[in-house]
Structure formats: structure tokens, C-alpha cells
Design a binder for this molecule. Structure first.
Ligand SMILES: Cc1ncc(COP(=O)(O)O)c(C=O)c1O
Length: 423
């Protein structure tokens, strides 16, 4: 503070205490201070810490494939480390080769025609989410968010001064929102519909006709659609992934596609995602990113380039394993007394209801919420699940089935031993 800024004192008066010179208000800004920690990462960290202490914890918390990154991708990264070109800053928007490869891959996998210039490479899909809402929202703009939702969305919307408007769904609609529900939630402040299929945390997949219907509705309403396609390759049975801008051309240029390598190629730790959208939004998001994180680590970008320009055989192998585990977890969860689980059609999550377990005495512990129940299950069965409260869905828990078959059976078996089996 400059000398002139200090309030003048009458001669002989005592100097004010240092604290009176500090501006009033909280030490941490209200905006950042109100962000909740990521519940999924917190559960995973707690489970890993207990494991490190030697506890035989089985973790259903992590949202990451349990497979190693494909060898060819790792080799590309090793080679990239040795090339001094990768030791330097590169363009904020991403390595040109990678942007081009993402455009080609997007056409191959979704049928969506985009130029490389429409792609911004980000630090994981998470930064694409944050960039997108920051680029689209003004204070008070409303975003329609079907619930249950991935825990990060409302925080990213709030950070962008937007307002989350939750649209609850449950098993009766297969955790899918309807056009009638959307229509009823629109106000003159609605700007964006967030659309996610396959869904984290429910595993729901929207059939292509419903994706098209919702897209047509949003287009007619003049809304933007932000569509998160990070689980596009993880669909099972008859479920099919459809990209909304492809099946709903009525959206014109008011859409942003979010995606990344984390889930398809078992690359959560490499931190490469991307957003695809119109030039003004991508330009604004690039400017923002140029001041926050600059370019994504070049070695990771080179690894991502090898992944997206290669074939999908590793993803197909993972999908086969996830599909097997999906069927096992669905069956085993429904055998537990008080638990009911809709069949997940995509991603690698089961989202059972534990509503009938709440209020019940479980070895002297009575849980009134799934947050409490998850603590009881962790304490008494050494099994980690994420409570539905983290996803705007109290009464449910999320279990990731991206873990080994034996662990999966052992973990759900322990929950059944604790809560009892259906008679
Ligand atoms: C729906 C959804 N979108 C985006 C992400 C972001 O993934 P990452 O930041 O690891 O690329 C996740 C991760 O869990 C997710 O579940």
C-alpha cells in the first residue's frame, strides 16, 4: 500500500492495528471458497490411502479404466520425450498434427465434418468443460443440466457465473430427460443445454432418435448444446452412440462437442481432451487458455496423436471386459436386499438405488443418506462407493466397474454380506 493510501492520524494518536488496514471480507473469494471438492476424487483418494495403510479396500470410486495405456501410445510418448522440439512451448490450441487427427477421428467415429481449426486441445476433458462454459456464459445465464449429472458440471457453470437448472430423472425414464421436461424448464435466461450420452454416473445412453428429437427442440429454441461425448466408444448391447450435431442439423453452429482420450484409450493420467465448436467460441476459449495453461504438455499431445490416429482395437478389448463386468455387477447388485439397479448401457458405471437401505440398522449403524451409507460401507465392508449426493441424486450410489473381475465380485459380495441378500 502506498503512503498516501494510509488514513491520516491525528498527531500523537497510536498507529492503527495492522488488521484495520486489511480490506474487509473473506480471505478466500466467495466464488472459489464455495467450490465443493470433487467427491469422486475424494472417495478415490480415501480408498487409496486406506489401501496404502495395508487395508484390503476395494474401490468402486475411480472413473478410470484399469487397463494400461496401449503400448504403441506409450512408445510414441517415449520417442517424443527424446525430441527437443517437444521441450518447448507450442501453440495454445494444440499441435497442428493432433488437431488434424482429431478432426479426422471425429469424422470416422461420429460422422461429424469439422476442420482442424475448429478443435482446441485441452488439459483433459475437464478443461474443455471449464473453457466451454467460461466462453459461453454471462452472469445469470441458465444451463439445463439433466440429473444425475457428473459432479464437475455445476461447479464449472458456477465458476462461469452461470446458473445450473437441474432436470431430475430416474429409472422410470432410463435416466433420460424428455423434450417435455426440457420445455417446461426453459426461461428467457436459458442459454445452453448440457447433453451427455453415455452418461456418467448413470450409464444411460440416449437412442439416436431421442438425441435427434432433443437436438431439434434445442435448435428450434435457439439454444446452444454442449455435448460431452467422452464415453462414445463404451456402449453395450443394442445401445448406439449418436452425436447430436450430426443427427440434429437444426442446431446450425450453436454446439460444442467435448471429448478426450482418457476413457477410450485408458489415458486418464495423460490429460488430453478437446473441444470442437464454431470459430468465435473456439477463439475465445483459446484466448482464455493462453492465459491459464498455455499448451498441453507436448509429450502427452504426441501420445494422444498416436492414440486417435491408431485403430480402436484396444478400446474394443476394454469394451468386452467392461461389458462382462457390467452384467456381473448389475446381477449382483440386484441380489442385495434393498438395492435396485437399472441396467447400465454405456460408460463403466452402475448407479443403483439404496433408498430402501436408508433408515435400516446395519450392524448398529443407521444411515439417513447415501453419504452416510458410503461411510458405513467403507468402515464395515472396506468397499468404496461414491454417494449419489455428489451427482444431484440422493438415495443412489455410483459404482465404477472399471476394476478387475475378481475384485468386482469380492467387493459387491462384501456389500451383500453387510446388507443381506434378497430372500
Ligand atoms: C462425463 C465426463 N466428461 C469429462 C470427463 C473428463 O475427463 P478427463 O478430464 O480425465 O479427460 C469425465 C471424467 O470423469 C467424465 O466422466
Amino acid at each position: 500500500m502506498s503512503a498516501q493510501a494510509v488514513p491520516s492520524q491525528p498527531a500523537g494518536a497510536a498507529a492503527p492495528p495492522a488488521s484495520s488496514l486489511v480490506a474487509p471480507g473473506p480471505r478466500v473469494s466467495r466464488k472459489i471458497g464455495s467450490i465443493a471438492p470433487s467427491a469422486t476424487l475424494a472417495v478415490d483418494a480415501k480408498a487409496k490411502a486406506l489401501k496404502a495403510q495395508g487395508r484390503p479396500v476395494i474401490g468402486f470410486g475411480a472413473g478410470e479404466p484399469d487397463f494400461p495405456t496401449p503400448a504403441a501410445v506409450v512408445e510414441a510418448a517415449v520417442a517424443a520425450c527424446r525430441d527437443p522440439a517437444n521441450h518447448r512451448y507450442t501453440p495454445t490450441s494444440g499441435l497442428p498434427d493432433l488437431r488434424e487427427a482429431i478432426a479426422v477421428k471425429t469424422k470416422r467415429d461420429s460422422g461429424l465434418d469439422v476442420a482442424a481449426s475448429a478443435v482446441l486441445v485441452t488439459n483433459g476433458g475437464k478443461q474443455a468443460v471449464a473453457n466451454t462454459f467460461a466462453a459461453l456464459l454471462d452472469p445469470g445465464d441458465e444451463v439445463l443440466v439433466p440429473a444425475p449429472y457428473w459432479t464437475t458440471y455445476p461447479e464449472a457453470i458456477a465458476l462461469a457465473d452461470g446458473v445450473t437448472v437441474e432436470l431430475p430423472t430416474d429409472e422410470s425414464s432410463g435416466f433420460r430427460v424428455s423434450v417435455e421436461q426440457l420445455e417446461a424448464a426453459v426461461t428467457d435466461r436459458t442459454k445452453v443445454l448440457l447433453f451427455v450420452s453415455p452418461s456418467n454416473p448413470t450409464g444411460a445412453v440416449y437412442p439416436p432418435e431421442l438425441v435427434a428429437e432433443i437436438g431439434r427442440w434445442a435448435g428450434g429454441r435457439g439454444l446452444w448444446v454442449v455435448t460431452d461425448e467422452i464415453y462414445e466408444h463404451l456402449v453395450y448391447g443394442d445401445a448406439r452412440h449418436a452425436s447430436m450435431p450430426v443427427v440434429a442439423p437444426e442446431l446450425e453452429d450453436r454446439w460444442v462437442v467435448l471429448n478426450g482420450v482418457a476413457k477410450t484409450y485408458a489415458m486418464t493420467g495423460w490429460r488430453v481432451g478437446w473441444m470442437i465448436g464454431p470459430a468465435d467460441v473456439i477463439g475465445a476459449a483459446t484466448n482464455l487458455q493462453s492465459h491459464t495453461t498455455s499448451n498441453v504438455a507436448n509429450v502427452s499431445q504426441r501420445a494422444a496423436l498416436a492414440a486417435v490416429s491408431g485403430d480402436l482395437s484396444a478400446a474394443a478389448e476394454m469394451r468386452t471386459a467392461f461389458d462382462r463386468r457390467r452384467r456381473t455387477i448389475h446381477r449382483m447388485l440386484n441380489e442385495i436386499d434393498g438395492v435396485s439397479c437399472a441396467e447400465p448401457e454405456g460408460a463403466f458405471y452402475a448407479f443403483p438405488s439404496f433408498a430402501d437401505v436408508l433408515g435400516r440398522d446395519v450392524k448398529g449403524r443407521i444411515s439417513q443418506s447415501t453419504t452416510e451409507l458410503c461411510e458405513v460401507v467403507l468402515d464395515l465392508a472396506e468397499v468404496a462407493m461414491v454417494p449419489g449426493e455428489a451427482f444431484g441424486a440422493p438415495g443412489y450410489c455410483r459404482l465404477s466397474y472399471a476394476l478387475g473381475d475378481d475384485d468386482l465380485a469380492e467387493g459387491v459380495g462384501r456389500i451383500a454380506d453387510l446388507l443381506g441378500r434378497r430372500s
